[in-house]
Design a binder for this molecule. Structure first.
Ligand code: AMP
Length: 275
């Protein structure tokens, strides 16, 4: 595995790799969720590139950019073991020169739900991913279902900006108790960790209620009742997978989405309705 830190170095390392090339962008602190993306890329593509970059542009004021977990040495080993050919680990300076001023805005798609709570988040996500796609030039981009709104934003960006790239979405990897793996789970104390799986259970309750014929409002109320009382829900809803606008009744392709705070830690989760 070759580790590169400059965009020019990355281009050079990638130029000689056999195609198709799969690409997995991450912010590091890799867990089994990230590894599922790397493994799927490894199975489907001839060559695999990954990136590790904690992107300052997608964190708002007062968010956890500073304390976001960083684990470069372990990440390197995970990538090597997963069969990554080229690992791109740029410095913030390499991606954002001092007078950086261009950004990518995915429009209304990035304004609701996570975008409403984190106003500049999806501009930061879309901008860094477009930059990475220009540097890496992959044939396929692997994204986790875990970040459902991010998949909608990035599917739109890839289509709107004519990237000749297939977007592959990989199912969420969960702990045995249903909690979706996330680098942010490390922030939970014991009590919060015990309560956190109720976010997934709430989504299951919402979906089941809809499938049993309950009206959407009643189904959402069921989700709120299922969430641990110590948690604070930000939202529960059912949205079209591509437009991320609310739908009723439930039909594919959709996401049943939810976000809640456990102490100071905000977790998001979703169920992907495909059939
Ligand atoms: P991050 O490092 O959090 O930016 O995540 C990098 C990629 O891994 C994104 O496409 C995420 O959606 C994906 N990912 C994160 N957690 C999981 C998970 N539990 N299961 C599947 N994919 C995940």
């Amino acid at each position: 595995m070759q580790i590169v830190t400059e965009p020019s170095e990355a281009r050079q390392a990638l130029a000689s790799l056999p195609r198709p090339l799969g690409f997995v962008p991450t912010m590091g602190a890799l867990h089994e969720g990230h590894l599922a993306l790397l493994r799927q890329a490894r199975r489907r593509d001839t060559s695999v590139a990954a990136s590790i970059f904690v992107n300052p542009m997608q964190f708002g004021q007062g968010e956890d950019f500073e304390r976001y977990p960083r684990a470069v040495e372990g990440d390197r080993r995970h990538c090597e073991a997963a069969g990554v050919d080229v690992l791109f680990v740029p410095s913030p300076k390499a991606m954002y020169p001092a007078d950086f001023s261009t950004s990518v805005d995915a429009g209304a798609l990035g304004d609701a739900y996570e975008g409403a709570i984190r106003p500049e988040h999806f501009r930061g996500v879309a901008t860094i991913v477009v930059k990475l796609l220009h540097v890496i030039g992959p044939d396929a981009l692997y994204l986790g279902q875990k970040d459902a709104q991010q998949t909608a934003v990035l599917r739109r960006v890839v289509r709107d900006l004519n990237f000749p790239i297939a977007v592959e979405i990989v199912e969420t990897v969960r702990e045995a108790d249903g909690l979706a793996l996330s680098s942010r789970n490390a922030y939970l104390n014991e009590r919060e960790r015990a309560a956190a799986p109720t976010l997934h259970r709430a989504l299951v309750a919402l979906r089941d209620a809809l499938q049993e014929g309950a009206p959407k409002e009643a189904a959402i109320a069921r989700a709120h009742q299922t969430l641990d009382p110590s948690a604070k829900a930000d939202y529960f809803d059912v949205v079209d997978a591509l437009t991320f606008t609310p739908i009723d009744p439930l039909r594919p392709e959709a996401f049943v989405i939810g976000a809640a705070r456990f102490g100071t830690t905000r977790l998001i989760d979703n169920l992907w309705i495909r059939t």
